[in-house]
Design a protein around this ligand. Structure first.
Ligand SMILES: Cc1cc2nc3c(=O)[nH]c(=O)nc-3n(C[C@H](O)[C@H](O)[C@H](O)COP(=O)(O)O)c2cc1C
Length: 225
């Protein structure tokens, strides 16, 4: 196994960002060439989690776990959070943020997102802002899943925490969960899949979601909701 020093790891992260920058530049050029519409639609293979548990059977009331995702993996994190809450006796709905019209009927809301190019997926902030009045009187928690947290260090926590600042400014959360992400070329939009497969070294495939940490956070969240 290859062991990297901290300096080397920093260089790798910088290289990743450069690679993403190159990726986006390449994607933009292609988009300008008229291929953008087809190339930036989600892969047809990807499924986005949507579920309900315990409808009408549980005692603790309904919780919404709403998430933003491009390639499906944040939905799987949302589902894992929901599974734990369900086991704790809550009724739980899992939805993409864009599929939620109204949050006022929920007893609590958990909002999750990944990021691209150093920013949370835009619909996450729009969701929290749009529903900020209703969220103000409902316990609200946030989670992030992305490569910035592939290593759980204080520095990475600080960087990922900054991404969530617009959400925190709109509604103070009862808890924040920060987790690694997942990257599978096959699940990317065709344009990104093509560009990334050309520059594999910049952003290697892998799954850094720590399911034990995700479940542990969800368990600690339950009494706060
Ligand atoms: C083009 C591109 C840019 C990315 N930029 C970032 C980033 O700036 N920060 C980060 O933490 N993760 C970044 N990632 C990694 C994703 O956030 C990570 O793979 C996440 O788990 C994907 O979630 P999703 O499958 O729900 O879309 C990027 C991924 C891609 C494909």
């Amino acid at each position: 196994m290859m062991v990297r020093t901290m300096d080397e790891q920093k260089k790798v992260s910088r290289r990743r960002f450069l690679a993403i920058g190159g990726t986006t530049l390449g994607a933009s050029v292609l988009a300008c060439a008229g291929l953008g519409y087809v190339g930036t639609r989600p892969s047809g293979e990807v499924t986005f989690a949507e579920s309900n548990c315990g409808k009408g059977e549980q005692m603790n009331g309904r919780v919404l776990v709403a998430y933003a995702s491009r390639a499906g993996s944040t939905g799987e994190v949302a589902q894992a959070v929901a599974d734990v809450l369900c086991q704790q006796g809550f009724e739980v709905d899992v939805r993409k943020v864009n599929d939620v019209r109204d949050v006022s009927g929920y007893r609590a809301v958990v909002v999750g997102s990944a990021a691209r190019m150093g920013k949370l997926y835009g619909e996450t902030g729009r969701f929290v802002n749009k529903h900020r009045k209703a969220l103000a009187v409902i316990p609200t928690a946030y989670f992030f899943s992305g490569f910035m947290m592939n290593e759980d260090t204080p520095e990475n926590r600080a960087t990922a925490g900054k991404l969530l600042e617009p959400l925190v400014a709109a509604r103070q959360p009862v808890s924040v969960g920060l987790f690694g992400g997942s990257l599978k070329y096959a699940n990317l939009e065709p344009l990104f899949r093509w560009v990334f497969s050309m520059a594999k070294e910049g952003m290697p495939e892998g799954d850094w979601r720590d399911w034990d940490a995700i479940r542990a956070w969800s368990g600690e969240l339950a009494p706060l909701l």
